[in-house]
Design a protein around this ligand. Structure first.
Ligand code: ZN
Length: 398
């Protein structure tokens, strides 16, 4: 049965034949004699294409890598073939094709650089990051591929978590690519360094790195949250409460992640009233915030604040799935004690059956996580993993 590659290669074959024929009939008499379609498309080339059409990639590869003559048309076929192998996951073959192009002495700088980019992509696909880094490093001054190569280098540093290299690489990129300046990634890299420093017990260094993050991108939401967390973990709850309040004002999308920490600091200082005030203020400016607050109370049963529990009650009563599954009569009882008992029963049930692994979800690719991640491990997007606004019951069907 013909496959995608068969059609693609057949297309390449006819394109190459048509080009050969065009040059043959449009040249002068002397050229017309030397450049018949068969003459232009030398025997090895046709043999290699035939092997590809017959789905015999190893034989085709052998013929193409042995070919003595490589001109612009056949070179494009080499590139197409390499790209096809990579797309099909045949990375070893793609590497051979691109290495063969680079080894040619008769190709120009433009094609050599194009082949280096392709080979570096092959290495990335194969997980050979060191080799990809080396090749992209040789292309940073290329007029055609310099920006792309620098972007790829930064991506490699992100994967290998070499954050100091990432800072340096991205700052260099910002100096030549105006789009990079809008991405504020350097702040994230400094925050990564600050997290490591704090984990190593170097709180002073962590604060200095957070200052660097703010200089790189003002204001950096992540640096503010990290500062608040450091205060909370150091027992400086009053400062933490103030910082958490500022974050919720600026970033309602993070309410679900912040409320449990704010509630903890308010518990430690006995300031339940302050927590209620903060939550009421949020609800006033955005009634939808109630959903995130209610969910936070499900994920963290230590939250006993009245406003949070009211949000949870509204959330449960407003959920069409839950109202069909759960006996809600207690929630609507006249007796407030009966209401509280019913809410506690429902909350305990939900806390036990929801999947904590789905507490956060990437808005770009759907990746789910039990922790707040600033870079999605799946699509590598920044700040795309956010608190989920729905209950997930997938743990019930395992
Ligand atoms: Zn993602």
């Amino acid at each position: 049965m013909p496959t995608e590659s068969t059609f693609l290669l057949a297309g390449l074959f006819f394109l190459a034949a048509a080009l050969g024929y065009y040059f043959a009939v449009s040249g002068d008499d002397e050229e017309r004699i030397d450049r018949t379609p068969a003459g232009r498309l030398n025997a090895d080339y046709i043999k290699g294409l035939n092997y590809l059409l017959e789905e015999k990639p190893d034989q085709a590869l052998e013929v193409f890598t042995r070919m003595v003559e490589v001109d612009d048309e056949t070179l494009e076929t080499h590139f197409a073939m390499g790209s096809l192998f990579r797309r099909r996951g045949e990375i070893d073959r793609a590497i051979k094709v691109h290495q063969n192009i680079i080894a040619r002495e008769n190709i120009g700088a433009m094609h050599r650089e194009q082949a280096m980019v392709s080979l570096a992509e092959d290495y990335l696909s194969a997980g050979l990051l060191d080799r990809a880094e080396e090749l992209f490093g040789q292309l940073t001054d290329s007029e055609d591929h310099g920006i792309y190569a620098r972007r790829k280098l930064v991506r490699i540093y992100e994967v290998t978590q070499e954050w100091e290299h990432a800072v340096k690489g991205f700052k260099e990129l910002e100096s030549i690519d105006p789009r990079a300046a809008e991405e504020s990634r350097v702040a994230h890299y400094y925050c990564e360094l600050a997290e490591s420093a704090y984990a190593d017990g170097e709180a002073g260094l962590a604060h200095k790195l957070l200052d660097q993050a703010d200089k790189a991108s003002s204001p950096s939401l992540r640096s503010q949250l990290l500062r608040a967390d450091i205060r909370r973990q150091s027992g400086e709850h009053k400062q933490a409460i103030e910082l958490y309040g500022q974050i919720m004002d600026k970033a309602p999308k993070l309410i679900g992640a912040v409320v449990p920490h704010l509630a903890e600091s308010c518990r430690e200082t006995g300031e339940q009233g302050h927590l209620s005030e903060s939550l009421e203020k949020l609800l006033e400016s955005d009634p939808q915030a109630g959903r995130a607050i209610g969910l936070a109370a499900v994920y963290d049963p230590r939250i006993v604040n009245e406003t949070a529990l009211r949000c949870l009650r509204d959330f449960v009563l407003g959920d069409p799935v839950l109202t069909n599954l759960v006996d809600m009569s207690g929630l609507q009882a006249d007796d407030s004690e009966a209401q509280n008992a019913a809410l506690e029963r429902i909350r305990n049930g939900l806390t036990n059956v929801i999947s904590k692994g789905h507490r956060y979800q990437c808005r770009e690719c759907g990746y789910v996580s039990s922790d707040l991640l600033w870079q999605c491990p799946s699509c590598r997007g920044w700040e795309s993993v956010l608190p989920s606004v729905q209950l997930n019951f997938s743990s019930l069907v395992r």
